[in-house]
Design a protein around this ligand. Structure first.
Ligand SMILES: [Zn+2]
Length: 426
């Protein structure tokens, strides 16, 4: 009996509490529900330059005199990233609100844009639309799409067997890296395949570097810009590596040195890296040589030292795995996940500070015997220029061994130019 009464009382209290919470969280909305109404939202996707959002709003009793547009490109799960824009309005009972978002500032295609409108009228009523989501697709092409449980592939102007091949490549990489990182991704990986660098760069707008791929790691989204399936094996593998790396570390990904991220992504590429090792060895005495400390930030992975940065990053991770075993990589990442600094993490796993680790690595690298690079094995019709790679927050860009080889060719050729060559002057 007592139990029944107390349960009933608890229910009443719970309802009162819930109602009070509702009123607290939504000031004015109850009052406004009848007073202000919105029409259907309209979105004009002028890819890759802008997105225009429109909606009509009407007040039954007063004039609409204030309006705001709230949006972010990361989706509804990231309200902390919301941006708010005040929309100028000519007060009237019914008006059309419009906001044009300049998307030339680095919004990735297939981003999940979350948005909402809010408006007030002259009587103080307020209303807000539900938060809606819009996928910012690249509308320049007629895309084909193929998916399974683990991956989703988008391509255009190529036959369905190409899509099947790319899906198989993605699946192989997902399987291998799932085993390496000992985890399964919760969401499928979305791979967008452009047919050329120029198609991709129409929105990526890279300057000096030319990436062969990019990972929008926190969002399981990757881009590649070649139809060459041999190259795609390397590129997709590399970019999927960034996704697993990000997924494994969560928020701690930003505490981990960039060279470790790029080194692991290259280590996971299913290609022969002998040439990278021998080239890196040839750079060891050069003034341009970079310490692992400076390669902790993404700065050198962007600029003219990017080729050396990637190469050193690969060799350092290779040293780690050959000397301490592959498990040492996960142990190291686990140490970062526990919140350790780089020195503490390296001490915990290797018994060495980063600089002590580096000293040992350099001795190893100097003496590393490399098998001959399998020349003639690859063709390079798709790689127009030297390597590239950028790593922004939550994204990584790939460099491929194909473009690496071609980049070396260009560098060596350039070094043969006379010093007063005008091409070398600023
Ligand atoms: Zn990368």
């Amino acid at each position: 009996m007592f139990k029944r009464i107390s349960t009933g009382l608890a229910r009443v209290l719970a309802i009162v509490f819930a109602l009070s919470l509702f009123v607290c969280l939504t000031p004015g909305t109850v009052k406004a529900q009848d007073a202000i109404t919105f029409g259907e939202p309209v979105i004009i996707n002028n890819f890759p330059d802008s997105l225009t959002f429109q909606i009509t709003v009407e007040s039954t009793s007063g004039e609409i005199n204030k309006a705001e547009f709230i949006f972010n490109e990361y989706g509804v799960e990231y309200p902390d990233s919301n941006r708010l824009r005040i929309i100028e309005v000519e007060p009237a009972q019914e008006i059309t609100l419009e906001y044009t978002w300049d998307t030339t500032t680095g919004i990735y295609p297939w981003s999940s844009v979350a948005y909402s409108w809010q408006a007030r009228d002259s009587l103080g009523n307020f209303a807000q639309t539900e938060i809606e989501t819009f996928i910012y697709e690249d509308t320049r092409f007629t895309w084909q799409r193929l998916e399974d449980d683990r991956a989703e592939v988008w391509w255009h102007d190529n036959d369905s067997s190409f899509g099947n091949q790319v899906l198989a490549i993605a699946n192989t990489a997902i399987e291998e890296q799932g085993a390496f990182f000992q985890l399964e991704l919760e969401e499928p990986i979305q791979a967008i395949i452009y047919n050329s660098y120029d198609e991709y760069n129409a929105w990526a707008r890279e300057d000096a570097h030319r990436s062969s791929g990019m990972a929008y790691a926190g969002h399981n989204l990757i881009f590649a810009n070649t139809q060459n399936t041999t190259a795609l094996e390397e590129i997709l593998s590399h970019e999927i590596g960034h996704i697993y790396f990000h997924y494994y570390l969560g928020d701690k990904v930003y505490d981990v040195p960039v060279w470790l991220n790029e080194g692991i992504a290259q280590y996971l590429e299913p290609v022969n890296h002998s040439y990278v090792i021998s080239w890196t060895q040839s750079q060891m005495q050069d003034d341009a040589w970079l310490s692992l400390f400076v390669l902790g930030s993404n700065h050198y992975f962007y600029g003219e030292d990017r080729q050396l940065s990637y190469a050193e990053a690969y060799c350092a991770v290779l040293y780690m795995t050959e000397t301490y075993g592959e498990q040492s990589i996960l142990d190291l990442l686990d140490a970062y996940k526990e919140g350790k600094s780089t020195d503490k993490a390296f001490e915990a796993v290797f018994g060495l500070t980063l600089s002590e680790f580096e000293a040992e690595w350099l001795v190893w690298l100097q003496n590393k015997q490399v098998l001959e690079y399998p020349s003639g094995e690859y063709s390079l019709p798709w790689a127009k220029l030297a390597v590239g790679g950028a790593l922004l927050l939550s994204m990584g860009c790939g460099i491929s061994i194909f473009s690496f080889a071609l980049g070396l060719f260009l560098i060596f050729r350039q070094k043969k130019l006379p010093k007063n060559d005008p091409a070398e002057m600023n």
